[in-house]
Ligand binder design. Structure first.
Ligand code: SF4
Ligand code: SF4
Length: 350
């Protein structure tokens, strides 16, 4: 791995720096699925250079999965996923609502408002763990499956943080405003903790909101457990959750490279496929307003590979692969054996 990858990242630039090299198309699931230059990061950057508004770009902005795969490949260091988030934020304030059917978008914002105004949120851990300052933010997908959450928590041996910022994660997805008081209380409650977060978008923003804090995604946290890691095999294809990876890619590419050297497995991370997602839901898919449409993306990850098993970090990727292959698909948490074997390690933390 080149030593330069370990250096502090240079400041990101904006769309004005786009040279039109098209490298971002190689990794973008929107491009792979649609082959439409308008549905690409380059297309958005070029349109913005020509004076397009957020409303003009509603289609790509809402089709983008915010996977972040375009960020590390851009030679001009443009914060492309940040650009899409900013456009989504501008769209959220626009009337009439673009992209989504008009009856549905207000309902989502009303749901968000209800979540924001939810009864006072407890600020501390809901369980006590042994001398750990690390807390776990599981998010709604894991909370929806109590048995899976229980298994994950046992493997991590971490307390579930009572306030996992699900409303803030939804606001980020929608591009909605986050009330300053709500954001402040959430961030303040996490201050002084190391954080394991299942939501990669939230993780990305925590890097900005809590600079210097120790954070990692759920996949890396689970994979750091001996009970899980010891059950990975050289014949596995290990599929990374891209949002958490790209939220901190300078560090994570080294982490995953070391994992590959240690286990010998293949990863969804190579020169052409830089931690691209297996499932790539846009805003409409994530919010349940459109059916999943991941087959092209999952097939692209499998192309040229014949693993005996697929191991995924992201729960959503299980369904994406099971639709297109008979190869067994398991989540990392399913690899964990006896939780008493768990060895605490923080090798994936920054
Ligand atoms: S974040 Fe992902 S889907 Fe969106 S433009 Fe970048 S690569 Fe494409
Ligand atoms: S990789 Fe960066 S510079 Fe090249 S086309 Fe994409 S956004 Fe523009």
């Amino acid at each position: 791995m080149p030593a330069t990858l370990a250096k502090a990242p240079a400041a990101p630039r904006d769309f004005a720096a786009c040279s039109g090299c098209s490298l971002c198309l190689l990794v973008c699931p929107m491009w792979r699925r649609h082959h439409d230059p308008r549905l690409t990061p380059e297309g958005m950057a070029k349109a913005l250079q020509c004076g397009a508004t957020a409303a003009d770009l509603a289609d790509p902005v809402e089709t983008c999965s915010l996977c972040g795969a375009c960020d590390p490949v851009c030679p001009e260091r443009i914060d492309l996923s940040g650009m899409v988030m900013e456009l989504r934020h501008q769209l959220a304030g626009a009337l009439p609502p673009p992209g989504l059917p008009p009856m549905e978008r207000p309902a989502l914002f009303a749901e968000l408002q209800a979540r924001m105004q939810h009864e006072e949120r407890p600020a501390g851990p809901s369980q006590v763990s042994l001398r750990s300052d690390t807390v776990f933010l599981p998010g709604p997908a894991l909370r929806a499956d109590p048995a899976f959450l229980e298994r994950t928590v046992a493997l991590l041996n971490l307390p579930v943080f009572a306030d996992d910022g699900d409303d803030i994660a939804l606001a980020l997805e929608l591009g909605a405003d986050i009330p300053q008081t709500r954001l402040q209380s959430f961030v303040d409650s996490l201050r002084g903790h190391s954080i394991v977060a299942a939501d990669g978008l939230l993780l990305r923003q925590l890097r900005r909101w809590l600079p210097g804090s120790k954070r990692m995604g759920l996949g890396a946290a689970l994979c750091s457990r001996a009970a899980v890691r010891s059950n990975l095999a050289a014949t596995d294809l290990y599929v990374i959750e891209p949002r958490a990876c790209h939220a901190d890619y300078e560090r994570m590419v080294i982490y995953y490279n070391n994992l590959q050297i240690e286990i010998g497995c293949s990863l969804s991370l190579d020169l052409q496929r830089i931690a691209i997602p297996a499932s790539a839901p846009g805003l409409r898919h994530r919010l349940g307003l459109a059916a999943a449409d991941d087959d092209t993306q999952a097939r692209w990850i499998l192309r040229g590979r014949t693993p005996e098993r697929i191991v995924v970090e992201d729960l959503a990727d299980i369904a994406a692969f099971r639709r297109i292959t008979d190869i067994p698909v398991v989540h990392l948490a399913e690899l964990g054996g006896d939780p008493t074997m768990i060895r605490k390690t923080a090798r994936a933390f920054n």
